[in-house]
Design a protein around this ligand. Structure first.
Ligand code: GLP
Length: 266
């Protein structure tokens, strides 16, 4: 696990953007796993700036989003379809037929989940999976006790996640859908690089448990301890409860030049 502690969310997002852009520069047809939530917004703005100011080309990139609510119309402002369109896709030159987001209105959800896994495989697998983290340690919508071997499937959101996400639904937990489709933990672990971002004090406990706690289905993000190329980029606040924070900072500062391109994904 590579832990990169940055002073604030803006600098952390810039480091993450460099990793992602370096990957697409090296591999223009990269397959990216994308995430929603407040955390990746500044990173997405960096990607948009790279496209608008420097003509960075996303035309050959393929994307797969982590998750989607079940039963929310695609054009609902809080659907993850709408979120991705509004915050990234409509601002860059990604090809619409290369965008994949689970369909929370599929007539046969189970068949759709199997097809989603197959589409990831057919695309050659994920080169990089971007992740946020829930305050309960979830990744995607893999809530605590999700199987570490899980695949794309439906999940029921925990009360905590419903309350956390109510801020996007007029602060009304009753408007938050109770069910979702999410890539599984095994799906995420198969990505060639996993890049998790977390900012703010509200994530400090989940981050400490993810990096330094035991591997446990109670903290789904701790499954990243099994990943050979997991990069965790956090701000000072999210790092507040790490026992070895100084060590991570020293290791990052003393990184040999041959390792300094963090994007070690093939
Ligand atoms: C949702 C998403 C997760 C995201 C999490 C944290 O539950 N399904 O993918 O990581 O929220 O969101 P935020 O970044 O807004 O804190």
């Amino acid at each position: 696990m590579e832990v990169i502690i940055q002073p604030d969310p803006a600098s952390a997002s810039r480091v993450a953007a460099q990793i992602l852009l370096a990957l697409v520069t090296r591999k223009p047809n990269a397959v990216l796993g994308l995430a929603t939530g407040g955390t990746p917004l500044a990173l997405y703005r960096e990607l948009i700036t790279a496209h608008k100011d420097r003509g960075f080309d996303f035309s050959r990139v393929t994307t797969f989003n982590l998750d989607e609510y079940i039963g929310l119309p695609e054009n609902h402002p809080q659907s993850y379809h709408a979120f991705m369109h509004e915050n990234l896709f409509r601002h860059i030159n990604i090809q619409p037929d290369r965008i994949h987001i689970p369909n929370g209105n599929a007539p046969d959800i189970q068949a759709h989940c199997l097809a989603y896994e197959e589409a990831i495989r057919n695309a050659g697998g994920l080169d990089l999976q971007l992740l946020g983290i829930g305050s309960d340690g979830h990744i995607g919508f893999n809530e605590p006790t999700s199987s570490l071997g899980s695949r794309t499937r439906t999940k029921t959101l925990t009360r905590q996640t419903i309350e956390d996400n109510a801020r996007f639904f007029e602060n009304d937990p009753n408007q938050v859908p109770q069910h979702c489709i999410t890539m599984g933990i095994a799906t995420i672990l198969e990505a060639r690089c996993a890049l998790l971002l977390a900012f703010g004090k509200g994530k400090a406990d989940a981050i400490a448990a993810t990096i330094e706690g035991p591997l446990s289905a109670m903290i789904p993000a701790s499954a990243l301890q099994l990943h050979p190329n997991a990069i965790i980029i956090i701000d000072q606040d999210a790092a507040a409860k790490l026992t070895l924070a100084d060590y991570y900072k020293e290791a990052d500062a003393a990184k040999p030049t041959w390792q300094q391109d963090h994007a070690t994904a093939p």
